[in-house]
Write a new protein. Structure first.
Length: 561
């Protein structure tokens, strides 16, 4: 069913206090995007807020808000922040003049606002007609917005209860695959019309229809992926030069370098291309992406790059075993197929433990962060940060944050740090005047209008709950590598991370030969990224390891098993 939207055009709102700048911005926006979008230009942030509220009441879609205020940049930031609460899918850019990126105060405003989810990025005001630098940023914003609001045109239509767990899973699955989709409530006008067209009654589970007419009732992830044209199984037996297990940054890098250097390459992914990084709303510290990039977009670009070089991908397929077969390896898949390969790269990453509190999950990237706080610390000057976790990584992050934040509060469920944290860190935390440790305390709720503003803490002994103001919450409660399926021949550390190279125990080296860099104790099987013992948990390092592992693969192939 091809849906033709007759809704009014989506809005691009520009707010700028300088009349001359606003005129040029409006002209550039109208001239380039006026056919598909309605451009609204205003000179007051107060008027901008009122207009956004009116558009919300009228049911209008707002694609992009650009706001600048030369005398009071903070008012523009506040407008952009409020826009997200009124229009959840909107993209927001802080307008700054050319030359301002050399000013420390401007940089601080941008970093602070991005850290707390108040803006998406900055936009340099156009300084001439047809300013392509300005349009490059605007079109990137509109491209991102169109992924979440396909304007009535979609590759997948779903009829399902919007608030159900399965609907959330399907939406998340399609969003990470960057497949445009629209969900209709079963009793809505569009939902009833689609069900009637398909000759179906109200159904207990989701009903999906793809753009080519395929109908799926209560589909699995694999069925939905297959209906969208993605491969979930091999057509025939085929030997590969290398099988990469996992498609996070390390796996994708291994695929790009392996296939570009002549190795027939297969990537096996049990969920969605991108791994843990693919779920990141914005990666801001990856070299070369000055505006930041969403994890799903980074994964999509890497996927396309590998695919062009000839990599084959299987998604929603997990590896269940690895066995030797002469000079080759056989990888067993969860779907029952067996894949023969000359080498294997393990890039399965880790699964980070999450709080599982919906209100806080919705604020990830807007004051709620999983992992260490290195890139967010600067923005916390004068603010109140909370840390969940009692291990060394949490302690180190808390000490780092304390150099910037007004206060840092560590929350742990136990009654002591001694069992999980090194004594030197406990002493350092005890000596810091702005670090507090709250024992037997758990986060049970939290929220805010458009970013984190409060937490609800529960005393696990008394059961009492307390609402506290909070600017940032960092969660470091551990991660688990997906390695329990590996053969005993592959050595792991006590936590399940794969040992490689010099870390492989002496006994294994004596029995099977000397492992190369990134090679496991099962020679011919390599590991890269977060799953590897002693790896640095960063996107850039994972990419580096994935590419470096391919060099070791070539060395092993050249030297023979």
């Amino acid at each position: 069913m091809k849906q033709k939207s007759r809704k009014p055009k989506p809005i691009i709102l520009a707010v700028e206090d300088d009349a001359q700048s606003l005129g040029m911005i409006g002209d550039e926006l109208s001239g380039r995007y006026g056919r598909d979008y309605e451009v609204v230009s205003l000179r007051s942030c107060i008027d901008g807020r009122k207009t956004l509220e009116e558009l919300t009441r009228d049911g209008r879609r707002v694609a992009l808000v650009l706001a600048g205020h030369q005398e009071d940049p903070e008012s523009a930031v506040q407008l952009l922040s409020s826009a997200k609460g009124l229009h959840p899918d909107v993209r927001r850019g802080l307008l700054i003049p050319w030359g301002a990126w050399g000013e420390e105060s401007t940089a601080k405003t941008i970093v602070d606002a991005m850290t707390f989810g108040q803006i998406d990025y900055y936009v340099l005001r156009p300084w001439r007609e047809h300013d392509e630098f300005f349009h490059r940023t605007v079109t990137a914003f509109l491209h991102d917005w169109a992924q979440s609001d396909p304007m009535g045109e979609a590759r997948v239509f779903i009829v399902a209860e919007r608030e159900s767990r399965r609907t959330y899973e399907l939406r998340n699955f399609l969003a990470r695959l960057r497949i445009e989709h629209i969900v209709y409530e079963p009793k809505s006008t569009n939902g009833r019309a689609l069900l009637a067209e398909l000759g179906l009654e109200l159904h207990a589970g989701p009903v999906a229809k793809t753009h080519d007419g395929t109908v799926l009732i209560d589909p699995t992830d694999g069925q939905l992926a297959g209906a969208c044209g993605l491969k979930t199984g091999l057509d025939s037996d085929e030997r590969f030069g290398i099988v990469v297990i996992g498609s996070g940054p390390a796996g994708l890098a291994a695929a790009v370098y392996g296939s570009s250097e002549g190795l027939t390459t297969l990537v096996v992914e049990r969920e969605v291309v991108g791994g843990q990084a693919g779920s990141s709303s914005r990666i801001r510290n990856y070299l070369g992406f000055a505006r930041g990039i969403s994890g799903s977009e980074l994964a999509a670009q890497a996927y396309q790059q590998a695919w062009v070089f000839g990599t084959k991908f299987l998604i929603t397929q997990g590896a269940t075993a690895i066995e030797r077969d002469g000079d080759d390896f056989v990888v067993m898949l969860s779907g029952g197929q067996r894949v023969t390969t000359g080498a294997v790269v393990l890039a399965t990453g880790v699964s980070y433990r999450r709080l599982g509190i919906p209100a806080l999950e919705d604020l990830v990237g807007a004051g709620v962060f999983y992992g260490a706080a290195s890139s967010e610390a600067r923005a916390l000057a004068g603010r109140h940060a909370f840390m969940v976790g009692g291990g060394n990584s949490a302690g180190q992050a808390a000490v780092h944050l304390a150099a910037h934040a007004a206060t840092v509060t560590i929350l742990i469920r136990s009654n002591s740090l001694a069992a999980s944290m090194s004594s030197y860190l406990i002493k350092e935390i005890g000596a810091a005047p702005n670090i507090e440790v709250r024992f037997t305390t758990q986060v049970v709720e939290g929220g805010g209008d458009d970013r984190l503003q409060h937490l609800v803490l529960k005393d696990l002994i008394t059961g009492d709950e307390e609402k506290v103001g909070a600017d940032a919450l960092f969660i470091l409660i551990g991660a688990e590598p997906f390695t329990d399926w590996l053969p005993d021949e592959i050595e792991c550390d006590p936590w399940g991370y794969v040992l490689t190279g010099a870390d492989v125990q002496q006994g294994a080296r004596a029995a099977s030969g000397h492992p190369l860099s990134y090679e496991t104790s099962m020679l011919g099987v390599f590991a890269a990224g977060d799953v590897r013992h002693s790896s640095v948990k960063r996107v850039a390092s994972a990419v580096g390891e994935g590419s470096a592992a391919i060099r070791s693969v070539h060395e092993r192939i050249a030297g023979g098993l």
